[in-house]
Write a protein that binds this ligand. Structure first.
Ligand code: ADP
Ligand code: MG
Length: 240
């Protein structure tokens, strides 16, 4: 589904991604962990072309992310992204937040977009809140709206960048529940998270990032969390 081949991203003399190569299969749930500043967000943002990699290749569902705007739009239509800070449009109701992109990008009618949005709100447990504004909702509710908004575009892949890091502890679980449901529905998911219990439970694969590269990768999350091989991963897990 996604191929990342030897990508580099630099800001001045600082190297945020240092030759990262990795691929993700359809239906796979991959948790990406690692210290702050190690390049996790930059990798996700590059896959959605929020950052332009300096070198290397990224191919999503057969479409290469180059400077062709058509390709960028095509990839973005297939890749949903959820951020730590929700990023809802504060002047729009919940339902308008969700229907905006499908109407503009997919050219859906208002009726169709609204029907899909209401189904998604039901799925994330927010049917009663369709006509509210984001600032009338809790952080956990806003993040669930953000997930519904991303799903409304019917993406093939969902990227999550620390989706629960900005939430009060009592709201973390309601968001993780929605993500668990999505994982069991077969969605391809790349999740940057510090929720180790969640990662251990849902991940098909764990990737450990350090200083701009993947230093350990494991198809056995249980084993990785109990006995990581790389010294930096050992140190990280001890301190968290
Ligand atoms: P992580 O998500 O693992 O915490 P990031 O991918 O956000 O790390 O960032 C990796 C490094 O790149 C950090 O040191 C950060 O300061 C730097 N960085 C990120 N974005 C920019 C930018 N727009 N300009 C300069 N440096 C940046
Ligand atoms: Mg980050």
């Amino acid at each position: 589904m996604i191929q990342v081949e030897n990508i580099f991203k630099r800001w001045g003399s600082f190297t945020a991604l240092n030759g990262v190569s990795v691929s993700f299969r359809e239906g796979e749930v991959v948790c990406i962990i690692g210290p702050s500043g190690s390049g996790k967000s930059t990798l996700l943002r590059s896959i959605n072309h929020l950052e332009r990699h300096d070198a290397g290749r990224i191919v999503v569902d057969g479409i290469e992310l180059d400077d062709n705007i058509k390709n960028i739009d095509a990839v973005r239509a297939e890749v949903g992204m959820v951020f730590q800070s929700f990023n809802l449009f504060s002047h729009m109701t919940v339902i308008d937040n969700i229907t905006l992109a499908p109407r503009r990008v997919r050219k859906w009618s208002a009726d169709k977009a609204e029907k899909v949005a209401l189904e998604l709100l039901e799925r994330v447990g927010l049917s009663a809140h369709a006509r509210k504004y984001p600032n009338q909702l809790s952080g956990g509710q806003q993040q669930r709206v953000a997930i519904a908004r991303a799903l409304a575009m019917q993406p093939k892949v969902m990227l999550f960048d620390e989706p629960t890091s900005a939430l009060d502890p009592e709201m973390v679980n309601e968001v993780l529940l929605v993500m668990r449901d999505l994982a069991s529905s077969g969605m391809t998911m790349l999740i940057v998270t510090h929720e180790m219990g969640f990662a251990r439970e849902v991940a098909d694969r764990v990737i450990f990032f350090d200083q701009g590269n993947i230093v350990e990768e494991s198809l056995e999350p249980q084993q990785f969390f109990s006995s990581p091989s790389h010294p930096r991963a050992q140190a990280f897990l001890k301190q968290i």
